[in-house]
Design a protein around this ligand. Structure first.
Ligand code: FPP
Length: 238
């Protein structure tokens, strides 16, 4: 049970609306993604300043492979540039970078820069910045199931010993707490295959503001709204 007035420890964000932001301005979609990368910088900085434990960003979903190859290439380039250019700032701010998703299926140059930034920041003790890359919530559940099935086959665990806790221990974010708050920009009321297991009791906050316009003031608005809520996790008010 958590009291009102708290700030969340872990925020997850579905960064949507880059394409619409660009279209409304008569720009190519890529300009929206590039502007979105600026929002990533600002919001990461703000969340670190607020001493959040973790910020998880949905940067590339498994479904995003269905986009035109040109857009995929540009998104991968943006990601790579971010990992190179922000490496120093991430480290200087004591942020630890991690990733969830089927990372081994990303282009090799992106994997390389990701590994370098993760290695460099691995002993940092401040906020965790977790990038969901080639991530799918259903795929995660399938991956967890496969691992548990392997453990059963190898006699490490009995079938009737499998609990929610066993499941949690095999999640991509096994060492991290579930998100307290899920923010979605761009106004759509759906979870889009993001953290399906982890958001069971997460508070949702949706704004029509497109991600490239999302700034500190909007984050403050979400935090204010969160602070007014009382989380009961299925229990009763005390
Ligand atoms: C959704 O907008 C956003 C994405 C598919 C990618 C998110 C990527 C970034 C914010 C930039 C790079 C990330 C990092 C971590 C540097 P959309 O294109 O689906 O928007 P639409 O719904 O308006 O078309």
């Amino acid at each position: 049970m958590s009291e009102k007035g708290h700030i969340p420890s872990h925020i997850a964000i579905i960064m949507d609306g880059n394409g619409r932001w660009a279209r409304r301005r008569g720009f190519a979609r890529f300009r929206g993604h590039r502007a979105g990368a600026e929002s990533v910088r600002e919001i990461t900085r703000e969340c670190a300043k607020k001493h959040l434990k973790q910020l998880t960003l949905y940067a590339f979903s498994q479904e995003n492979w269905k986009r035109p190859q040109r857009e995929i290439n540009l998104l991968m380039k943006l990601l790579k540039d971010f990992l190179i250019k922000e490496r120093k700032e991430i480290n200087d701010n004591n942020i630890r970078l991690t990733a969830i998703g089927r990372v081994s299926e990303l282009p090799e140059d992106v994997q390389k820069e990701l590994a370098i930034t993760m290695e460099l920041s691995k002993n940092n003790t401040g906020m965790i910045l977790c990038l969901a890359l080639n991530y799918g919530g259903r795929a995660e559940i399938v991956d967890v199931t496969r691992e548990i099935a392997k453990d059963v086959r190898n006699g490490k665990i009995n079938l009737d010993e499998i609990t929610e806790d066993t499941f949690k221990k095999h999640l991509y974010m096994r060492d991290m707490p579930d998100p307290d708050l899920l923010i979605r920009t761009g106004g759509d009321m759906r979870v889009s295959n993001f953290l399906l297991w982890e958001i069971s009791y997460t508070e949702l906050w949706v704004t029509p503001v497109c991600w490239p316009d999302f700034r500190k003031a909007h984050l403050e608005e979400a935090l204010k709204d969160y602070a007014r809520r009382e989380r009961r996790f299925g229990g009763l008010r005390e």
